[in-house]
Structures are given as structure tokens and as C-alpha cells.
Write a protein that binds this ligand. Sequence first.
Ligand code: FAD
Length: 404
Amino acid sequence: MSESTEISGALTSEAIHAALDALLDRRDPDVSGTVLGAGSDDLEGGRRFLDVLVDGGWMVPSWPIRHGGRGAGAAEAARIGAAMGAYDVADLYPYGVGLNLVGPVLLERGSSDQQKRWLRPIADGSEIWCQMFSEPDAGSDLANVGMRAERDGDEWILNGSKVWTSRGTYARWGMCLARTDVSLAKHRGLTMFAVDMTAPGVEIRPLEQINGDRHFTEVFVSDVRVADADRIGDLGAGWGLTVETLAHERATIGGRAFGGGDDEAHGLPSWMEDWRAAGHLVDAVARQRAVRAFILHRVNQLTVARAAAALVEGEAPGPSGSGAKLRSVAAFKARAYLGKDLSGPAGMLSDADGHLEFLTAPSMSIRGGTDEVQRNIVGERILGLPGEPRVDKDAAYADLKKSR
Ligand SMILES: Cc1cc2nc3c(=O)[nH]c(=O)nc-3n(C[C@H](O)[C@H](O)[C@H](O)COP(=O)(O)OP(=O)(O)OC[C@H]3O[C@@H](n4cnc5c(N)ncnc54)[C@H](O)[C@@H]3O)c2cc1C
């Protein structure tokens, strides 16, 4: 059977639901979703879920069939994504970098060998990826990455360290930004590599977060050999790939209406109903704050809907993802902090509903780029405001002052 006829014809929403009903259970609309895998690190649930979906290409419908997708066009993929919201979807946080960041970048920039080797294991959940971008001296100023990659025949030798590497404890591959030429300006001498996290010389040290997550790590890389075949994109093209990857990341975080718990039949999300039922909304100030959280939630949902509509039009993720991320984070934090406040002094002693969100909320303004950096992107790339002064933009990386 040829690839184009194997899964044929664009499906209607009814046909998609009929197919998914045979594979998945329907979701209880009143039950909130989990938050980015916080506190659970459930690898098996996600792997089973992806395994069920991969043969039909349902998880990554726009990917080619041979790589675990179903070759769907943008409109059909959007219908499948929307339909998925009706089902009990596993927490796919461990698989997020592979599915949402590395996969799309490989489809765009990877060699056909790389696509063949890495895409299907991402789609079926058998290989997890992490993102090795940030370093102690390169966070908001990411182009300042100091990890060195030096050529040795058909291989590269990598040395340096990364930090804040989420999923580092269980990832099989790391998408790693490294410096291949110190004589060029900092944005220009960078190249992207896939690092085998089990290779000799890769040392992974866990960092525990306040919400209980233990997959977060710092990664030390000492004389790690990476085949040139595992270089992603051209030599020196690392910054462009980074910007693309981050646009996918921000679109993913911003494209999510966190929390769920929406029973549309009642008009209000169940978390607001719970606050009302508990008597929290009798107080006028509490009611005002609750309505503010609700408005942010709705704005976030509308932004998600707008992003989905743009996808159907074939629009690639770009700077608008930064605005979407800001809205999604604001909605998440407003709800998490107010939920804790409303439970009063008892909230300090309780790890019940909403506690995990409360402990995860501060990180939302940092991961995937801080709120301040997103505002800079919106200001400069969407609103056309003057750029920040960047005095080191054209200087060779080797000539820049370093903290160590
Ligand atoms: C939970 C979590 C998960 C993460 N996962 C990963 C991961 O998997 N992979 C990865 O590579 N990284 C990851 N990160 C790192 C994250 O991307 C960085 O922490 C973030 O980009 C900020 O960098 P920094 O921590 O070095 O802070 P800094 O860049 O030192 O910033 C410190 C403060 O200064 C502000 N600031 C800096 N520059 C400017 C400016 N130009 N204008 C205005 N304000 C500015 C920042 O907004 C911030 O408030 C993660 C972080 C967190 C918290």
C-alpha cells in the first residue's frame, strides 16, 4: 500500500471522534488536568498512551506516516487536536520536548537519516529528549552559550556544562547548543547537536524543585564524542535553530489553557464553582479577584483558539507565541495564588487541591524564557519598538568578558 493511500482522505470531526472513541476513554470535563507532570514524573502512563495512538498517527497527525504521523493537512490536524480535548489524555510532559520542539525542528531541518532514526521513537514514546540550552552564564542571554564543540575527524568533542535541564534524569537524547567558533560574534558561532545522554563523559546531577519534581538537572559534559552525523542543521546555524525551537516552546506553553475543569454546560469552570460552593466568593474583594482570574483564563482560552486558527492557515510559530505564553502564565498564576489565598491560614498546612499548582506557579514565569524577555520580544518584534542596546552584538565571542 502506498504511503498516500494507507490513511486516506481528510477526516471530519465525527469520523475523528469515532476513531478515537475506539482507542481512548472520554474525559470527565469537571476534572482538572495535571500541570506539566508536576510531582509525578509518570513515564509509563505517557508511553502507553503514545503507543496506543502511534499506529493511527493521532498524536502527531501532521507528521508523515512513516515517522508516526498520518500526513494530515493543517485543517485536519487542527480538528484532531481539538477532538483530543474530549479524551482522557495522559500527562505527556516527559515527552514534550521530543513531540513539540525537536520533532518539528527535525522535520524542517533534520537530514532524512536523522528523521528516520529519531522521529518514530519520539512519536511512540520509546525515546525521550531534553533541551540542553541554558548554562550558568547563558539564560536570558542565551547566545552567550560557552559549551565548546571541537572537530576531530568525523566527530566533535564537547566540553562544558548545562543547567536547568528538565527531563535530564530520564532523557535518552539532548538537543544541545554548543559553540563551534569563538572567533565569530556570539550569535554566529553556534551549532546544534544531538547528544546521547548515556555516552561516556555525560554526568547528570539532579536538582529537586519545590514542587517535588526530580527530573530537573545540571549536566556536565567532559570530552563527549558526538558523530558529525548527529549535528542538527548546518555548521554555525545553531542560533537560527534555537530561535525556531524556542518559538515552538512558547507556542506550546502559550497554546495551552492550563487547569481544565471546564464544564461548558454551566458556563463557569469547575474551580470557580468550587470556590463559590466553599463560600469564598461572598466577600466582595475575593469575588473581584476571582473574576479577574476568570477573565485571564478566558483570554488565555481565546488566545489558544486564535493560535489554533492560525495553525490551520499554515502559520509557523513566531513571536506571537511570546504574547500567548505571557497570557497563559498570567492566567495560571492568578488562579494558583488566589486558590491558596482563599483557603486562608489553613492553606499553609494543606497540600490538598491546588497546592502543586501553587508551588509550580513561580517557575512558569521563568521556564521557556522569562516574562521580561517575552515582553522584549513582543515589544521589538511585534510592536516595532526600538531594540534594547546590545553592545556586544558584533564582538567576537573570544573577546567578550566572562564571569569565570
Ligand atoms: C522549571 C524550569 C525548567 C527549565 N527547563 C529548561 C530546559 O529544559 N532546558 C533549558 O535549556 N533551560 C531550561 N530552563 C532555564 C530557563 O530557560 C532560564 O532559567 C531562563 O531563560 C532565565 O535564565 P536565567 O535563569 O539564567 O536568568 P537570567 O537570565 O540571569 O535572568 C535573571 C533576571 O533578569 C531578567 N533579565 C535578564 N535579561 C533581561 C533583559 N534583557 N531585559 C529585562 N530583564 C532581563 C530576567 O527576566 C530575570 O528576571 C528552565 C527553567 C525553569 C525555572
